[in-house]
Design a protein around this ligand. Sequence first.
Ligand code: DC
Length: 333
Amino acid sequence: MRAIRGATTVSADRAEEIRSAVQELLTEICVRNGLSEGEMICILFSNTGDIRSFYPAKAAREAGFASCALYSSAEPEIEGALPLCIRVMILAEGEEKPRHVYLKGAANLRKDLKKFAVALDGPSGSGKSTVAKLLAKELGILYLDTGAMYRACALKALRENCSFEESAVEALMENLVLEIRYEGGAQRTVLDGKDVSEEIRRPEVSMAASKISAFSCVRKKLVEMQQKIAEEQSCVLDGRDIGTTVLPRAEFKFFVTADSATRAARRGKELEAKGFSVDLKKLREEIEERDKNDSTREHSPLRMAKDAVLVDTSNMSVDEVIAFIKKKMQEKV
Ligand code: DC
């Protein structure tokens, strides 16, 4: 006897879609395993709790798989599980090596099964950090905000009245003691032994970060730190050069952007919520200046990797962006 596994996904909880997805999955399993319906002893289905409109076992019966025992059950709700997923195990006669079949992105994105990285690059205010944080949480993997690391270097430069000349920045980097810690799943940026996670969000640090990130001595040191973190575990990284320089072989790459007025409005809201007063026109000008700095600098300028998927979030909600990214990831696995 052999046990053959398979899984597929649907885009929505619709009976029609479940019927055709199940039929396609079973047909594919039969073809790839040279299996006829008469050799099947039983077919066991499980589906995620978000599938309620139709039993996969009923779909199998309707598709003509009726002479063997059929069984369907719902899976417990697991945080970070692939949504709208139907899994199957077929017990069949024969001793051949089973060929398992995973369709429509149903291969598992679980961090314990295969390490992977998601690169989210884009200009500031594009929404990428909000999306990156939520996406990492849903996938149950680490989120690394690489901008925070450049901000920490900028804060050190401001504190030490650094002139932002190459030689002064080089000396500064030699004495940099930067650490990224995680507390309750949240990234904390620790500079010279002190938590600066809030302080690095100040507007003057943003501008200084854009300047300091142009220096190759800064980039080299931070890129090495980022690569080391990503080497050890699955993670979502957001930044400007993740897909091009930090992790050119990242499994999933997205370039998240939005028009500058939308980005200024979003950043304005964020700053207001933190108690800063906001001049939207000035903010937009600053954002455009930072875009220019970030995309025209010599070392690792902000640009979209050739194999990245473009996501323009100007008219999308956070949920829509996440759903879009997850769909693209599923299509690729
Ligand atoms: O994403 P952010 O606004 O926190 O980034 C702060 C600055 O750091 C931004 O001007 C660009 C720079 N940066 C970079 O050059 N490379 C990265 N991977 C991340 C940020």
